[in-house]
Design a protein. Structure first.
Length: 127
């Protein structure tokens, strides 16, 4: 049996901004924190990183041919996951709509979006 330290996930869950004192970004982050009751800015950055990874996967899939089995399988799985989380509607089941996701837009329709998307509610008030 391997040690439990080998089984840990060592990947980053958030990314700090490149420009730490950009006024426009700071205002947007504070508005998101106040509107959705987030604990700190790291939760905003975590959501942005997760959405960036989802959009990147959609961009890669859009470069493939429409009949490509990888695009059909992984694209369908991505769309089903986003629909299950409440981020996409059933009417917007295309990869083009995934590219339009923004943190403020995606936080709005789903109650407790962060805890569902990241599958780890760290506080009871977050849900």
């Amino acid at each position: 049996m391997p040690h439990s330290s080998f089984l840990r996930n060592h990947g980053k869950t958030s990314r700090t901004p490149r420009r730490p004192f950009e006024k426009q970004r700071l205002d947007i982050e504070m508005k998101l924190i106040g509107e959705f009751g987030l604990k700190n800015k790291r939760e905003v950055w975590r959501t942005q990183l997760t959405l960036a990874r989802i959009r990147k996967a959609a961009r890669v899939l859009l470069t493939l041919d429409e009949k490509d089995p990888k695009r059909l399988f992984e694209g369908g799985a991505l769309l089903r996951r986003l629909m299950r989380l409440g981020v996409l509607d059933e009417t917007k089941q295309q990869l083009d709509y995934v590219l339009a996701l923004k943190p403020a837009v995606s936080l709005a329709p789903a109650e407790g979006f962060l805890s569902v998307l990241l599958e780890r509610a760290r506080r009871p008030l977050q849900c």
